[in-house]
Design a protein around this ligand. Structure first.
Ligand code: UD1
Length: 372
């Protein structure tokens, strides 16, 4: 078999986690040369490099250092550099994971050069086009040659949009692959000791969606609701975007700490998994954490009005409450009153595959590239 040359384009934290098992498998495979291109969308150590180190990933061949900006500026700047790079490197295929601006920029640059694209995590939909990730994932799906869907529901969504059945591959969720690979090390992580937390005496909170954090009123509403939860300490690893918004909205770390809300830096992968595992509740607006909470058997309360992972709602593992204080607090009560909730959630069937999605993806990529 000839060596297949694949370029994987990533740039934001969740993309590193969902690509890690595939990158590691490709490293060991003599028939594949997989090169990572980092757009530089995320640039703080805690948002990027720490995951390359922790997940033992090879360095990207290049970092485009695009940094922060408006959507068009960020995406455009990535595309200009990616086009040049792809013309030079001439890969057989471009792989883009997830739904970030980096994924869309990679896919658009490749499709115009007639380079086949494989989209990892194809098919989730929130059906709200005001969410940037929804635009990114829809457009990426419609210009991809191979669509790797994590769940049956994602396949159905793609078929409904008229995407050719032949190009859709139901492989399972590569985030679940990563999760299984790291669960045992994560379980030994010392984050609880470091933060002085006791199992199930606390909740984890994360926020980063523009629709929540870019509006001081909304952010204030969320934080004021969290302050009302007296039964639990709230551990809040703060995304850089959210940190800026918190400062703007006038929240002070010390004042919140007195009220049992612990603001900490964005955690590494093992740290966040361990803290979610032993938490009573996960409050989040992240897509990935809704799934991770479910795999860990921790009830999730999603601070959004829609989700791209309805599977977790149907299984009773996740509740969509928006930023409505009444609904948030009544969910908290429901969870606190159910002693068996974690046990119950752990017994649910898992619609996200068997932990071998990355293996299947690599085999399909090799087969596809050696034919073309
Ligand atoms: C991005 C992705 C989102 C993903 C999230 C995970 C898009 C549209 N969104 O959102 O899908 O779930 O990453 O974190 O691609 N910033 C820093 N340091 C960093 C990174 C960001 O300070 O290392 C700040 C900048 O002020 C920037 C803001 O955060 O303007 C937002 O960053 P950006 O990459 O645009 O989007 P995220 O909100 O991180």
């Amino acid at each position: 078999m000839k060596t297949v040359k694949i370029i994987l384009i990533l740039g934001a934290r969740p993309q590193i986690i969902k690509s890690a098992p595939l990158i590691q498998l490709a490293e060991k495979d003599r028939d594949v040369s997989m090169q990572i291109v980092h757009t530089g969308q995320h640039y703080d150590y805690e948002m990027s490099k720490q995951f390359f180190d922790e997940l033992r990933l090879p360095d990207p061949i290049v970092n485009l250092n695009v940094g922060s900006g408006t959507h068009a500026w960020q995406t455009g700047k990535m595309m200009i550099q990616l086009e040049k790079l792809l013309l030079n490197e001439k890969p057989h295929m471009v792989v883009v994971p997830g739904d970030t601006n980096s994924a869309l920029a990679g896919a658009l640059a490749a499709v115009k050069l007639h380079i086949p694209i494989a989209h990892m995590e194809a098919g989730p939909r929130s059906y709200n086009m005001k969410i940037p990730e929804e635009v990114n994932r829809r457009l990426t799906d419609h210009i991809s040659t191979l669509l790797f869907a994590p769940t049956e529901n994602c396949c159905k969504n793609l078929l409904k949009e008229g995407i050719d059945k032949q190009s859709i591959c139901l492989v399972g969720d590569t985030m679940y692959d990563s999760f299984l690979l790291h669960l045992s090390s994560a379980s030994k992580d010392k984050v609880l000791d470091e933060l002085n937390l006791k199992t199930e005496d606390y909740a984890v909170l994360t926020l980063h969606r523009p629709e929540n954090v870019d509006f001081p009123e909304k952010l204030r509403k969320i934080m004021e609701t969290m302050l009302k939860i007296k039964e639990l300490v709230i551990v809040f690893p703060v995304h850089p975007r959210t940190m800026k918004a918190m400062k703007k909205a006038g929240f002070k770390k010390e004042a919140l700490e007195k009220e049992n809300i612990k603001l900490v830096k964005p955690m590494n992968y093992h740290g966040i998994l361990k803290s979610m595992k032993d938490a009573k509740i996960v409050f989040t607006d992240s897509g990935g954490m809704q799934k991770e909470a479910f795999w860990l058997g921790t009830p999730c309360v999603t601070l959004r009005n829609e989700t791209e992972w309805p599977e977790t709602i149907d299984l009773g593992a996740n509740a969509l409450v928006g930023v409505n204080p009444k609904r948030i607090l009544s969910e908290v009560q429901r969870i606190l009153e159910n002693k068996y909730i974690k046990k119950m959630l752990k017994e649910k069937p898992n619609p996200f595959g068997d932990g071998k999605a990355s293996e299947k993806i690599l085999n399909i990529l090799k087969e596809f590239c050696s034919r073309s």
